[in-house]
Design a protein around this ligand. Sequence first.
Ligand code: ADP
Ligand code: MG
Length: 367
Amino acid sequence: MKQIVLEHVTKSFTTKALGTVVAVDDFNLEIEKGECFSFLGPSGCGKTTTLRMIAGFEDLTKGSIYLGDKLVSDRDKNIYVPPEKRDLGMVFQAFAVWPHLNVFDNVAFPLKVKKLPKREIVEKVTQALKYCNLSGLEKEYPSNLSGGQQQRIALARSIVVNPDVLLLDEPLSNLDPHLRESMRFEIKRLQKQFGFTIIFVTHDQAEAMALSDRILVMDMGRIQQIGTPQELYRHPVNRFVHSFLGQSNFTNVIIKEGRVYPTGDENNAIYEDSLLPDSKAKVMATRPNSIELSKESGFPSTIVKRTFKTDFAEYLVKAGDETLLVQTPHRNIFNSGDRCFLRINNPAWYEPEDQKEKGERERRNTM
Ligand code: ADP
Ligand code: MG
């Protein structure tokens, strides 16, 4: 069953400073009931705006939004259901908790707004605090608690109304890495328990990969790709998605008669594929863990630098004017300055980066 449907959802802003920005450009999207769905993209790409439109804090410039089978936003039909009637739970990065209210009152707030009887409020808040591991802290004020506990208060407050949908806008980005990981786990656990549909907004790919059933990758207000974490990592549809999920090398190459030369070395082909069309400027994209280093055969190269990581060895290697990052198991030990040979597996091919696009991405970055 579909829980959230966006049809041609568009939002533009016009300001003196930036002129007109199409923050969200023709989004078509269906999120299933019980799905954990992430919006992933750099700052300024339109994640928060999309979420705010779903929540009802922002009107649309064009399009319509359905929650369940209910039409909640439609510009043409003049339909606009206010946020408090949308039955959503929300956690935002900023203003997560009210400092002047203790833990109990923070979590009770949405129930008091709904004017539930006191007994019911106590019951529901006690449950929500228990689920979020906050029992016993009812009388504490947020400022006496850790960042993780504060974020759990916000989480408890969002689930206390028993919503169908949880909207989480970068809820973990103010936490240190260790806490983040345990909060991710908490969110997953709550989702399993209650079967919420979750939209999780993040600019952190690792977080999106760890939490999501599906991810929407967006850039400059446009949907780039929607898929499972694996699909996006293995089969990115363009350079942006390739660069945003996992590490990548983008190597400038020249292709002649099926042979691929890194710029600066037209004597040694780094890759061969007779089906590749000739090109004077192409980009070969590779994952650092799909390049093999050997002592015997392949593209002749030199180790520029070696770094030991916990689970693998990392090398910078030379190919013509280009430098590539390579990650290998620890058993292949090379030293800086060593000669070596490279073998490339599963490259992807892209056009050189559009500088105009890069500038526009910078302009939209709000951080
Ligand atoms: P993200 O959450 O992905 O960082 P946002 O949705 O906040 O991105 O912003 C997308 C774009 O819309 C940015 O270029 C931002 O400057 C612009 N924008 C967002 N809200 C407003 C607003 N209220 N007025 C003008 N421009 C806005
Ligand atoms: Mg945002």
